[in-house]
Ligand binder design. Structure first.
Ligand SMILES: N[C@@H](CCC[C@H](N)C(=O)O)C(=O)O
Length: 268
């Protein structure tokens, strides 16, 4: 019997979604990496595996293109919400997420952001609002964990940063024992941010939902913007709402591109 999958994207951040709720699929880092390969596989930023959950409507496992299994993916969560088609709770390694499909996309309630250095995690204690470290012109970073780890730099012009060179250096810096997603953002009008993201385990992407959440939270915390915040990424816009002591709410588009069939044993 052929193995089925759905190709989806959230603002150009693209996914191979496998519904393994009724028919288990064995996923390994090597297999996820092979499927994600854009030349020799199907191609995606993240592979998403849906499995039965004992505590939620569905369990969502997330594999980056390099094969690493991670805790959270905001854009994929909206995509899965549209597949589920009704308000649901999704179990992830990063926590329980409440989702509601909306016109052309979905709203996702993530948990509360975490700011303690141990839980980003960082390798040493420091102020996560204004980190005393720098990589070339990227300095005064803020660190936030929104289910997965992010560092955010506010710069005059996000487009002017050589993120393809700085992103991998920061991602793999020993300061981040679990590596990190790297966000560079600039203010773009009242309560609006321009954002580019170097994703851990992937590289530059068209959009990163958790990056948008982490960046909006860091900007609200720094007094740069007020909720709701519009975050413009290369692939499109997300709306992020947050107040201290509350969970983060993200709204935006999700697109089903095509349904396909293959045989997962081709991928090792
Ligand atoms: N594209 C995602 C984030 C995916 C995981 C990330 N690369 C990580 O390693 O934490 C999003 O939309 O949030």
């Amino acid at each position: 019997m052929a193995d089925r999958f759905t190709k989806m994207h959230g603002l150009g951040n693209d996914f191979v979604v496998i519904d393994a709720r009724e028919r288990p699929v064995e996923m390994t880092p090597a297999r996820a990496h092979a499927i994600a390969d854009r030349s020799f596989g199907i191609g995606c930023d993240q592979l998403i595996l849906l499995e039965p959950s004992t505590s939620a409507d569905v369990k969502m496992r997330i594999f980056n293109a390099d094969g690493s299994e991670v805790e959270a993916c905001g854009n994929a969560t909206r995509c899965v919400a549209t597949l589920l088609g009704e308000p649901s709770v999704i179990e992830t390694l990063g926590g329980m997420l409440r989702v509601t499909p909306a016109d052309g996309g979905a709203e996702v309630v993530l948990g509360e952001p975490v700011f303690d250095w141990e839980h980003i995690p960082l390798a040493m204690p420091m102020d996560t609002r204004d980190m005393p470290v720098a990589w070339d012109e990227l300095e005064h970073g803020a660190a936030v964990n929104v289910g997965n780890p992010h560092i955010i730099f506010f710069v005059p012009e996000a487009d002017a940063i050589a993120l393809d060179e700085l992103g991998p250096r920061i991602e793999t810096d020993p300061l981040f024992p679990e590596r990190v997603n790297v966000n560079v953002a600039s203010l773009d009008g009242e309560n609006q941010l321009q954002l580019r993201v170097w994703e851990r385990g992937v590289g530059l992407t068209q959009a990163c939902g958790t990056g948008a959440c982490a960046t909006a939270v860091a900007a609200i915390r720094a007094g740069l913007v007020k909720s709701p915040v519009t975050v413009s990424l290369p692939g499109g816009d997300l709306i992020i709402r947050w107040a201290p002591g509350e969970p983060i709410v993200m709204s935006g588009a999700a697109t089903r591109v095509y349904d396909g069939e293959t045989d997962w044993t081709r991928f090792g």
